[in-house]
Design a protein around this ligand. Structure first.
Ligand code: CUA
Length: 371
């Protein structure tokens, strides 16, 4: 499925902004070619025209030409500005995800990619997504810098320790596309990759329902919040409430004790767990202990998802077949904590992942063409 498009050597155009990147790229290639060839031809022409015809000839004095100088300033200016405007347009498109995205969490580690869907489905080095939907990856890493790179989608983004970065795309063609790590990250960097499987919605739903296991990020986060880490002892309502109330905070502006105002986004929640005294909410004491070193990046992702769900932001996997996700999680919260299913086996032994270099033995969606 990785066959070439209309230009040999180029990966397929398989996302909504692939053509924009290509148009810009070929425009720059054309400008460079015209200018480069023009310069070489001019050199050859002058080389012949002004070759030495008489010994010790003196060159004529030239005192400038307004017309000529204006022309060779304005034409490059137009080229430069069109590249700038085109580049800004593509950049703007790629860095501002639309409102209705399906969120997928990504954790990079030496040397594999771990993905988790909103329904709880986990994958390693493979990512299955439906065609024609806005997909947003929220990404971080357990160790060093990595970089998600999907050439067919014409997009890439660094994955940074201690931070969330995001990447969004909308795949336009079912198929299988290369996924690479594009940031040198150690010995097996070149093997850190896999495949993106773009499927028709129906096939995707089948795939998802056939494989679901374990907890959703929201359920895992709720489990951590209420049982494993004991966050609820301070942050849940009632007489014992000492920490800020978390219901409904996601996406709002928070006033801090130092007078600043911050937005309660994924990054803020993450920082508040790891470095609680850094940004104290107005009206509260700096008594929360740090959880640095006690929670993994994957657990942080789950906690963030859970806290988001308290503000009604959890249902990002509205694919039809998995509608129960946020609904059941929120009900669990209201009723009892005892209904949480056992913690799923997580980590590298998870059989859903696979080595990208291994022979393909898994069942594949019916619409996929063999390469
Ligand atoms: Cu991860 Cu290179």
């Amino acid at each position: 499925m990785q066959e070439n498009s209309w230009v040999p050597l180029f990966p397929e155009q398989a996302s909504t902004f692939a053509w924009q990147v290509d148009v810009l790229y070929f425009y720059m290639l054309a400008v460079s070619t015209v200018v480069g060839v023009g310069i070489v031809l001019a050199i050859i022409f002058f080389f012949v025209k002004y070759r030495e015809k008489e010994k010790y000839a003196t060159g004529a004095e030239i005192h400038g030409s307004i017309g000529l100088e204006t022309t060779w300033s304005i034409i490059p200016f137009i080229f430069a500005m069109t590249v700038f405007v085109g580049g800004a347009y593509v950049f703007y498109n790629q860095t501002r995800p639309p409102a209705d995205t399906t969120e997928i969490y990504v954790v990079g580690k030496q040397w594999m990619w771990k993905f988790q869907h909103g329904s709880g489905q986990r994958e390693i080095n493979e990512l299955h997504i439906p065609v024609g939907r806005n997909i947003k990856l929220t990404m971080t890493t357990e160790d060093v810098l990595h970089d998600v790179y999907i050439p067919a989608f014409r997009t890439k983004m660094d994955v940074i320790p201690g931070r969330y970065t995001t990447l969004w795309f909308n795949a336009t063609k079912p198929g299988r596309y290369h996924l690479y790590c594009a940031e040198y990250c150690g010995l097996n960097h070149s093997g850190m990759g896999g495949w993106i499987y773009v499927m028709e919605q129906r096939d995707f739903d089948n795939w998802l329902s056939g494989n679901v296991s374990g907890q959703t990020p929201v359920q895992a986060g709720q489990d951590l919040f209420q049982n494993k880490l004991g966050c609820a002892s301070c942050h849940e309502g009632g007489a014992s409430q000492r920490g800020a109330k978390l219901e409904g905070i996601y996406g709002t502006d928070i006033k801090l004790t130092n007078g600043q105002t911050v937005k309660a986004d994924d990054e803020y929640i993450r920082n508040s767990i790891l470095n609680p005294s850094g940004q104290i909410v107005e009206g509260f004491q700096p008594i929360m202990p740090t959880f640095k070193g006690q929670v993994t990046e994957e657990q942080l992702v789950s906690l963030v998802a859970y806290i988001k769900s308290l503000s009604g932001n959890a249902n990002q996997t509205n694919t039809g077949s998995t509608t129960s996700t946020s609904g059941s999680a929120t009900t669990n919260n209201a009723n009892t904590t005892g209904t949480i299913p056992p913690r799923a086996d997580r980590g590298d032994s998870n059989s859903q992942g696979s080595n990208p270099n291994a022979p393909p033995i898994r069942s594949e969606p019916t619409n996929r063409r063999e390469r």
